[in-house]
Ligand binder design. Structure first.
Ligand code: 4AZ
Length: 452
């Protein structure tokens, strides 16, 4: 190793310095070692080695950090639009109507089959969801327009699309599931985020970046956590002189559904305004009211027919943060004991003024027989009412939540308005669950007033 040229050395050009050797390097190595003019920096000093080691560790950590960042955090959603031909489906006019049970059921099956296709593929960790946008009957079956969503960490669009297409081509066409779905790449294209979001926002009941199920949630009464922007985009606040009075639910660009008792004092549209967004003050959007239609048979202070529809004076454009919930068909059923979510700015149990940020609570749908038991509501629950909450009490809607939504998701992650906060014996008391206006019961009345 002494034969290698060191980095620092003394004046090796001085004549006679090398004991008869022409240069220091020509001396045998044992003489090199003892020679008084031997270079001083033959080896790296320990502190330099330590410094280099620290620098190497830092460089390694930085590389790993950057790699992890690009792999985990720098991921983007990619959207694709495709037409899929579904064979062997009996033709029916109802298939084209989004709210029909035929549309919902076939869409659910198509989405499930596409889910399974990607779950079985190398893209399983990248695939987020698919959503049927339109079903068009066709002489040989049905053409389904589907938007597919992926989370990728690189931006090589043509290569990614080819990969998605090849999985669909190979797996879907050979998949022996209950539906025969044919994929053709000729109609498959990537679409911009804005276009995909507009398609989704045009669809009722979809929540931004949310899972398909009811998540564990805190209470409206006594709750400590609040909703985040876009969590419940259909929730509205009905206000008089900018003071929150009741909740309401957006069901189209211009119509809201609420409770008739909210308008018992005044049903003059000019004294009411409507705001949207999870925060009351300042609101994200504000609108004035053109018309209020209360159920003709509603009579204050009775609890029957507690429903009203409200028409906005100017439409709201749907965004991620503000859009409409799905109205169920009159025949749609929601199983008792399943979870639903009630939201509102109503009073909390300690009697303080209501919160400024929207609250949410998960409650259970209670069957009418249980709710009509002697120790519960003793037979006063009518077919137009729906009970939800807990017989042990503790979690409930309360004053100020009235008129607001009770919603539940279907298996496709689309949220339906099942109830309107109506009444109850105080709030969150044992054996006194919340009572809601049953939306399916009044579905035809809603159509008769709004055309929806
Ligand atoms: C109200 O007064 C009210 N616990 C709303 C809901 C409930 C009770 C009262 C349900 O608007």
């Amino acid at each position: 190793m002494y034969k290698q040229q060191p980095q620092g050395f003394r004046d090796f050009r001085r004549p006679g310095a090398w004991r008869g050797y022409e240069t220091y390097w020509d001396m045998p190595w044992d003489l090199q070692r003892v020679h008084p003019l031997a270079p001083t920096e033959r080896l790296l000093k320990p502190w330099k080695i330590a410094l280099l080691a620290v620098a190497a560790v830092l460089a390694l950590a930085l590389t790993i950090g950057l790699l992890a960042y690009f792999l985990v955090f720098d991921q983007q959603l990619f959207y694709y639009n495709g037409n899929f031909k579904v064979m062997g489906i009996p033709n029916s006019d109802d298939l084209a109507r989004r709210a029909s049970s035929e549309f919902r059921e076939l869409s659910r099956r198509i989405e499930k089959q596409i889910d399974n296709t990607f779950v079985d593929s190398s893209l399983r960790k990248k695939y987020i969801r698919s959503h049927v946008i339109r079903l068009s009957p066709d002489p040989s079956g049905v053409v389904a327009q589907v938007v597919l969503v992926f989370l990728f960490c690189m931006d090589n669009r043509p290569a990614l699309r080819e990969k998605v297409e090849s999985v669909l081509q190979q797996k879907l066409n050979q998949y022996s599931g209950p539906l025969q779905i044919h994929f053709s790449s000729s109609t498959f294209s990537d679409i911009k985020k804005e276009k995909a979001e507009a398609l989704f926002n045009d669809f009722c009941g979809l929540r931004r970046n949310k899972s398909k199920s009811v998540r564990t949630s805190n209470r409206v009464v006594g709750g400590v956590s609040s909703a985040e922007p876009g969590d419940w985009p259909w929730q509205a606040s009905l206000q008089q002189n900018n003071v929150h009075r009741c909740g309401a639910t957006l069901v189209s660009n211009t119509w809201l559904v609420s409770a008739a008792h909210c308008f018992a004092q005044s049903s003059n549209p000019h004294v009411w305004s409507v705001t949207f967004g999870t925060v009351l003050y300042p609101p994200r959007i504000k609108r004035y009211v053109q018309a209020i239609i209360m159920h003709e048979k509603y009579q204050y202070p009775a609890n029957n027919y507690d429903i009203a529809v409200v028409k906005l004076s100017e439409r709201v454009e749907f965004t991620n943060i503000v859009h409409h919930v799905c109205l169920p068909d009159s025949t749609q059923t929601f199983p008792y004991n399943s979870d639903a979510v009630v939201t509102g700015w109503g009073a909390l149990d300690d009697g303080r003024p209501g919160p400024n940020v929207l609250r949410e609570a998960t409650v259970k749908l209670i069957d009418p027989d249980t709710c009509n038991r002697k120790e519960v509501y003793n037979g006063i629950i009518t077919p137009g009412m729906l009970c939800a909450g807990y017989l042990e009490g503790g979690i409930d809607a309360c004053q100020g939540d009235s008129g607001g939504p009770l919603v539940t998701p279907d298996s496709r992650g689309m949220w339906y308005l099942v109830g309107i906060v109506s009444w109850g014996h105080e709030c969150a008391k044992p054996n006194k669950p919340g009572v809601y206006t049953r939306v399916t019961y009044y579905r035809d009345w809603i159509t008769s007033k709004t055309g929806l």
